[in-house]
Design a protein. Structure first.
Length: 284
């Protein structure tokens, strides 16, 4: 069977926020390999440029840009620079996000004795500023780039936004209420924005990755003493029917499907789990 389409992004301008990270640099590479001109945005300018340089070394068009997804002025500056370098944005991948210890409890469940243990961070001890940081990074860090770059998409065909939600939006994990709530907000916003932009031809969808090893979560999942899984990682694996963590390249197919009008032109407002079956498993 010959498919009636191919994923050809030649000449398209793709903007990837958080593009200096493990997962998003892999997704940026996939877009570049399909012919897109890729603008990699990251708070860490050196990381953004390193990811772009790796793409250029392989013959792709890419450039790194410093940008703070929580500052409108920073994003406007980056958008103007991207426009000068490559032209207006066609595809926006909102990949910036993350968690913070100040939005995390020490234990999974509260027990009455915990209230007198000053060594623990219980729900009652969570720092409002930490919660605010996590929520803003994930939710506002998706909303603000969409405001800035979607304006360049108006009146042009084949433009789309892909957000990064999380399995936490489907199944909130213990200990990380701020991150789970923020990613649930990203999923809801994806649906809202898909409806809002439907009449101007901008599709909006999201990926919801399950569990992937990254620089951010490695210490949480890998025991530094023996290189094996931590107890929390073991619990994740036990509840993932496929019995392993995902590989960054396993996000690629869904991303390319969603950004291709030929492949998914009538797909709008969905959040796709890529989780090895985690969201389908009740634990029994």
């Amino acid at each position: 069977m010959t498919l009636p389409f191919s994923i050809d992004l030649t000449g398209r301008v793709a903007v990837v926020t958080g593009g200096g990270g493990v997962l998003c640099s892999q997704l940026a590479r996939a877009l570049a390999e399909c012919g897109a001109k890729v603008a990699i945005l990251d708070l860490d300018a050196a990381a953004a440029e390193a990811a772009a340089a790796a793409l250029r070394a392989d013959g792709h068009q890419a450039q790194g840009f410093a940008a703070n997804v929580l500052e409108r002025a920073s994003l406007e500056t980056a958008a103007a620079a991207v426009n000068r370098a490559f032209g207006p944005c066609d595809l926006l991948l909102n990949g910036a996000g993350g968690n913070h210890p100040k939005g995390t409890t020490t234990k999974e469940w509260l027990e009455e004795a915990d209230l007198d243990d000053e060594s623990l961070t219980t729900f009652f001890d969570l720092d409002p500023k930490g919660i605010e940081f996590v929520f803003n990074l994930n939710f506002l860090g998706t909303l603000l780039p969409s405001q800035v770059f979607a304006r360049q998409m108006i009146g042009r065909q084949g433009c789309s936004i892909v957000n990064i939600s999380s399995m936490n939006a489907f199944r909130p994990l213990t200990k990380i209420p701020a991150y789970s709530g923020a990613k649930a907000a990203v999923s809801n916003f994806t649906q809202w924005l898909a409806v809002h932009f439907a009449k101007v031809g901008i599709r909006v969808n999201a990926l919801a990755p399950g569990f992937f090893l990254t620089n951010q979560n490695r210490k949480l999942l890998i025991d530094e003493t023996d290189g094996g899984y931590t107890a929390r990682a073991r619990k994740i694996i036990d509840h993932t029917p496929m019995g392993r963590f995902g590989q960054p390249e396993e996000l690629v197919g869904t991303l390319l499907w969603l950004v291709s009008d030929a492949a998914s032109g009538f797909v709008n407002g969905i959040v796709v789990p890529i989780d090895g079956g985690f969201s389908a498993y009740s634990g029994v």
